[in-house]
Design a protein around this ligand. Structure first.
Ligand code: ATP
Length: 307
């Protein structure tokens, strides 16, 4: 269990992390989500006592700096390419293993596990970003730690690699580990996470399960198809708070009412319905709604006149 309490960090006048508190529970993957510049990396550095700031983070009741063999307790990767410049991938891991009292053979095991066995004698500086991410994960797993903290581990992975990572993280979580992974991409997170901590401009926007996030930040609509769509639209528009949008193909998109009520109204008014479904907005829509006001970097229209 990770307990982050009142984390805070300012750079001059700029507040990067603003009184952030949350818990990360074992046995599941918790996604740490926020737009670019929201404060995810800064939060992770604060959690690992790599940065000075306010608040504290406890890992099963202890601060990171108080843990004797951190690699055996917390596998953390904050930068994908932070490897020794001249050593091979294998030697890099063996060196780290030796420093933490981990047997040397473990380096080969984790390299095999992340799919880098064939390139283990190559230098990481020649690795692609995706290979570096795999090596980062190997490094995090070296001490077989019960807790993993990974900053943007899917960055640079191809779709196949992202699915692989999802399977790896969920099987590691199923073993009872505590897993905290950041991303600025909802599409990745929706594949990987069970729980979410969503931040914007350093403050908490949402903490809870993925479905709850969608429920809180999206409105589901009802799609109904009927050859008497005009009549049904008129009936629905008489209900308070209901909005109806006519779509091509005798379809109505209805909001402000649930699917049961639409079915009942149609039945009582003798209107034949051929299709009736609830449409829930995607996680991507929920993310954009939730973080719109908190976006750090907003693109603006380019006005001409370069010459
Ligand atoms: N060393 C620094 N000096 C000044 N400002 C900084 C420094 N590091 C981060 N910041 C600012 O703090 C805020 C949070 O940055 P951080 O890198 O933690 O965000 P992030 O959520 O990890 O972003 P991204 O998804 O783009 O990696 C940003 O506005 C950033 O510009």
């Amino acid at each position: 269990m990770i307990t982050a309490k009142a984390l805070h960090k300012s750079y001059g006048d700029k507040v990067a992390v603003d009184d952030l508190s949350f818990e990360v529970r074992p046995g599941m993957v918790t996604g740490f989500l926020g737009p670019n510049g929201a404060g995810k990396s800064t939060t992770m550095r604060l959690m690992l006592d790599l940065d000075h700031g306010g608040g504290e983070t406890l890992f099963d009741g202890r601060r990171f700096s108080a843990i004797r063999h951190p690699m055996r307790e917390i596998g953390a990767v904050l930068e994908a390419k932070a490897f020794h410049p001249t050593r091979s991938a294998r030697d890099h891991l063996r060196m780290l293993a030796a420093g933490s009292g981990i047997r040397a053979a473990r380096a080969d095991e984790v390299l095999e596990f992340v799919g880098l066995a064939e390139v283990k004698r190559k230098k990481p500086k020649d690795f692609s970003l995706g290979m570096a991410q795999r090596l980062g994960l190997a490094q995090a797993l070296l001490g077989d730690p019960p807790t993993l903290i990974l900053d943007e581990p899917a960055n640079g992975l191809d779709p196949h690699g992202i699915h692989w990572l999802r399977d790896v993280l969920s099987s590691l979580a199923a073993e009872g580990r505590t897993i905290f992974v950041s991303s600025h991409l909802l599409s990745e997170m929706s594949l990987m996470a069970d729980e979410l901590v969503v931040i914007g401009r350093g403050t908490m926007i949402y903490n809870g399960d993925v479905q709850g996030f969608v429920r809180q930040f999206t409105q589901s609509t009802v799609l109904v198809r009927s050859s008497q769509a005009d009549r049904l639209a008129a009936v629905l528009r008489e209900v308070d708070g209901v909005a109806v949008e006519a779509r091509p193909g005798d379809v109505l998109r209805v909001s402000g009412v649930d699917v049961d009520a639409v079915g009942e109204l149609a039945f009582h008014n003798n209107i034949m319905v051929r299709e009736l479904t609830t449409q829930t907005a995607s996680l991507e829509t929920a993310f954009i709604t939730a973080t719109a006001a908190a976006e750090e970097y907003v693109a603006h229209q380019l006005t001409g006149g370069a010459a």
